[in-house]
Design a protein around this ligand. Structure first.
Ligand SMILES: Nc1ncnc2c1ncn2[C@@H]1O[C@H](COP(=O)(O)OP(=O)(O)OP(=O)(O)O)[C@@H](O)[C@H]1O
Length: 261
């Protein structure tokens, strides 16, 4: 049984359309407990990005809208809550690729993530130093325009900027997209550390099911806009259809189910 106080985010029977016509979500249920890492997996077009946009209330910016269902964050219905208010409540997203303000320096990008909280200079400086400690290579790049640093570093800037908002739930859309395995591993190591040490809750859309199973406590599979399966690594690996479709021939290797911090 789920203790309701444990639940940070709940999505129930969510439906969403684009342009009043394209049905992108047609029944998604999802629960994210505090201090849990939940991965959202599914093929191209399954609805992962749409679900994350809906949770962050960013669908209207892409001509989309939620047409049915409910999103509850920290016990509150947030279906109509503006994105900036969600951020202030600790629900922070890194969506739409690794969006950076390209003309601003790396450091200015990071600071921008902390401004909405209304904290003072000393707090901002302390948070900034924490981000540099997590991603040391950003320290050397702090004075460079973000548009000039590598794709991996831009992803670190985007995540760092989100962390400056002191999130309780960090929502990430495909953090590994287009990155080398080494940089991907570095980013996931930082995310896993934040989860373990600080109890940061993570909801991550991840096209690589292998990565999802390695890092998440639980994964939710989306197919054609519906949530069709959820479980830990063992549950997903035990399903022949998941193995064949997403994992390929080397899917048999055992991996322990992770427990939340
Ligand atoms: N702005 C948009 N306007 C119209 N249709 C859209 C828009 N964004 C997504 N869609 C459609 O909504 C459906 C779900 O797409 P979505 O991007 O959420 O899937 P996804 O699982 O994130 O896919 P991918 O892994 O390729 O990013 C698809 O049919 C897609 O073509």
């Amino acid at each position: 049984m789920t203790d309701h106080n444990d639940v940070l985010l709940r999505v129930e029977a969510l439906e969403a359309v684009y342009g009043g016509a394209v049905q992108a979500l047609s029944g998604v249920d999802l629960t994210v407990r505090r201090a849990e890492i939940v991965a959202l997996v599914g093929a191209n077009g399954a609805g992962k990005t749409t679900l994350l946009r809906a949770i962050s209330n960013l669908l209207p910016a892409t001509r989309g809208q939620v047409t049915a269902g409910r999103i509850t964050y920290d016990g509150r219905d947030v279906g109509r809550t503006r994105t900036d208010a969600l951020v202030r409540a600790g629900l922070v997203g890194v969506l739409e690729g690794r969006h950076c303000f390209r003309a601003l320096t790396v450091e200015e990008n990071l600071i921008a993530g902390g401004l909405g909280r209304g904290s003072g200079r000393a707090d901002l400086r302390a948070d900034l130093e924490q981000v540099y400690a997590l991603f040391p290579r950003l320290t050397q790049k702090r004075r460079l325009p973000a548009g000039l640093v590598s794709g991996g570093e831009q992803q670190m800037v985007a995540i760092g900027r989100a962390l400056m908002g002191r999130p309780r739930l960090l929502v990430l859309d495909e953090p590994s997209m287009g990155l080398s395995p080494k940089v991907t591993a570095e980013i996931y190591r930082v995310l896993a550390d934040l989860n373990r040490r600080q109890g940061l809750t993570l909801l991550i859309a991840e096209q690589s099911v292998t990565l999802a199973l390695r890092h998440a406590h639980r994964s939710v599979v989306l197919e054609n806009g519906r949530s069709v399966l959820e479980g830990g690594a063992e549950t997903l690996r035990s399903r022949d259809d998941i193995k064949q479709y997403y994992l390929g021939p080397r899917a048999g290797a055992p991996a322990p189910e992770r427990q939340p911090a």
